[in-house]
Design a protein around this ligand. Structure first.
Ligand SMILES: [Zn+2]
Ligand SMILES: [Zn+2]
Length: 369
């Protein structure tokens, strides 16, 4: 038998077959990594489209100085509710299944997510599940190892990396395919976008308080739309780059204090990537996250249920084992100040894994010695 004549099929990479070099079939996320030499192909239609959208949004912010007061309030209200449609609906409920929603809540969240205009729920969730599964590798749609601009907006201005395409096909979306509301939005997305993201937001100020068409178009649509996009994108960019890693320093995402405010509580991103199924997306509860605060209210009135929380012992063990030492209780500075932290409990992944609602934010800490 000659050396090349084995029973294992050999991949032949021809010169023109560029995708073959990035075939990630059967590769683990850690094996994919980031190829910094990869040349991106710019999609000029998207790039110029985003430039035009930003110029229109800037004009909208300028028009706020001359518009009716209620139009500006209307824009900010739309930013808030459409943002919550993304954080509560697309992110925590649909992408991570961190809680379940009754159908009136799911309907409302689908409408608010359409208002946000960040593609249909099906695509949003696919990209986000892929982002978690292959975080900060070439198979992550917005790989933060490629820098702030790429992970913020650049990824939407160029052709997808072949690894994103090949791994994107492996993401399980069977739960969304079984959800008739999600599939209805997917099928009729363009029409629904025209109604919920454009027609209704623009028409309301004109109809109810006699705003001009021009002001309403640029403020209620362009300015509002771009503002929510940037708030969302900052979680992909800044919250992967600027902050601490108290829960797991092997993960690139960070605890980013600035982003926690402007993204309604999505800035605790090191925690979120360590425990993505925790509905709070943070170690602590509603005091630190508007999104968690609203989910708690929805749970109190029965619209949200089966909320998942990471057990305290699990968080404790992960932090002590893998954190960067900046944790406020288990970090190095806290231990220098207070002495060794008792570390006698063992993680019990069953306790509270699916649906423990106890709020850990008031827990007490016993310091040894
Ligand atoms: Zn992330
Ligand atoms: Zn997530």
């Amino acid at each position: 038998m000659t050396p090349g004549n084995t029973s294992i099929p050999q991949r032949v990479i021809s010169k023109g077959d560029k995708c073959s070099n990035y075939d990630t079939h059967l590769k683990l996320p850690s094996q994919i990594g980031t190829d910094y030499g990869f040349k991106r192909k710019i999609v000029w239609f998207n790039a110029l489209g985003f430039v035009a959208l930003h110029l229109a949004a800037l004009y909208g912010y300028y028009l706020c100085l001359h518009a009716r007061f209620f139009t500006v309030v209307w824009m900010l209200a739309l930013v808030l509710v459409s943002g919550l449609g993304v954080t509560i609906g697309a992110h925590r409920m649909y992408s991570h299944k961190a809680f379940k929603g009754a159908w009136p809540l799911r309907l409302a969240l689908i409408m608010l997510h359409t208002l946000a205009g960040q593609n249909c729920m099906y695509i949003w969730v696919r990209d986000h599940r892929q982002h978690h599964k292959y975080s900060d590798t070439d198979a992550d749609p917005h790989n933060a190892n490629r820098g702030f601009f790429f992970s913020h907006i650049g990824w939407l201005m160029c052709k997808k990396h072949p690894a994103v395409i090949s791994k994107g096909k492996t993401i399980d979306l069977s739960d969304l395919e079984a959800d008739s509301l999600v599939m209805f939005q997917k099928t009729f997305y363009k029409s629904l976008y025209a109604i919920f993201a454009m027609a209704l937001p623009i028409a309301a100020p004109i109809y109810f308080w006699n705003e001009t068409y021009l002001n309403s178009l640029f403020i209620s649509y362009f300015a509002r739309y771009i503002m929510v996009l940037h708030f969302t994108w900052l979680v992909n960019s800044a919250a992967h780059l600027y902050g601490t890693r108290p829960y797991d320093e092997t993960l690139k995402p960070v605890e980013c204090y600035l982003i926690k405010w402007i993204s309604a509580g999505e800035g605790w991103h090191n925690y979120h990537h360590a425990f993505p199924w925790d509905y709070r997306a943070a170690e602590f509860g509603s005091h630190y996250s508007l999104t968690t605060f609203v989910i708690n209210i929805l749970a109190a009135v029965g619209l949200a249920y089966d909320l998942k929380v990471a057990p305290y012992t699990m968080v404790q063990h992960r932090t002590l084992r893998a954190g960067d030492g900046t944790h406020h209780i288990f970090g190095k500075e806290a231990q220098i100040t207070h002495g060794d932290i008792p570390y006698t409990q063992t993680p019990d992944v069953d306790e509270g894994y699916f649906g423990d609602l106890k709020d850990n934010s008031n827990r007490s800490l016993t310091i040894k010695g």
